[in-house]
Design a protein around this ligand. Sequence first.
Ligand SMILES: [Zn+2]
Ligand SMILES: [Zn+2]
Ligand SMILES: [Zn+2]
Length: 260
Amino acid sequence: MKLTFLGTGTSQGVPLIGCRCEVCCSEDKRDKRLRTSAMVEVNDCRIIIDAGPDFRQQMLRTGVRSIDAIILTHEHKDHTGGIDDVRAFNFVDYPIIRPSHIYATPHTAACVRKDFDYAFAENKYRGVPVIELHEIDIDKPFSIKGVEIIPIHGHHSDRFEVTGYRIGKLAYLTDFKKIEQSEINKLMGVDTLVVNALRFKPHDSHFSVAEAAQLIEQVKPRKAYLTHLSHEIGLHTTSPERLPKGIELAYDTLEIEIND
Ligand SMILES: [Zn+2]
Ligand SMILES: [Zn+2]
Ligand SMILES: [Zn+2]
């Protein structure tokens, strides 16, 4: 199984528009973070986790011509804003039309239906995205092309819920602020754990580095990566000396091989 980080930045991305801090001005490409998204490839199945405003650019950068599914973590725009661009995949082999399969909880699916209402209208106009929305049950594994995916329930804040995903020996959690012990149990035995950490200072709807580290310490994966990073995380190059041992910052285009 291969994991590719397509984006590792928080909702506004890094650099942040107008910011002149050393991270936003850095020439290091690892400090340039598109909105958080990842690609998981297992055998011939290619799954994208989240499709934010940078989805088009991320798909162009990977060079892929097809994807099997998009699984959404929640309805925030930095995770769903690029859904309209699935059109390119729908029509890549025109006149064959390939619908995009999007998986989400019923609440997130309802938000997608509302935000992209023209794609779900009775009388659609030409060229709208062709989407098949699949509602998942947070308590039940589901499968895409024979690949089993286990949803992991999390609290993003007191207003929003979020879904992480375990695929084999990989678990990927973003936009978590709280996780119940019963859900942590579902993470046990993973090889690679990806967790969000906005910055070192606490935040009311995202894990800080210390909170992410606490979860990582409980799960004890072989490797742990932080994602959904803000410019306040500091320069990538100095991150090893500032992070707890065994934890690394992810960066855009980083590819990881995970053995089953
Ligand atoms: Zn986010
Ligand atoms: Zn900045
Ligand atoms: Zn969010």
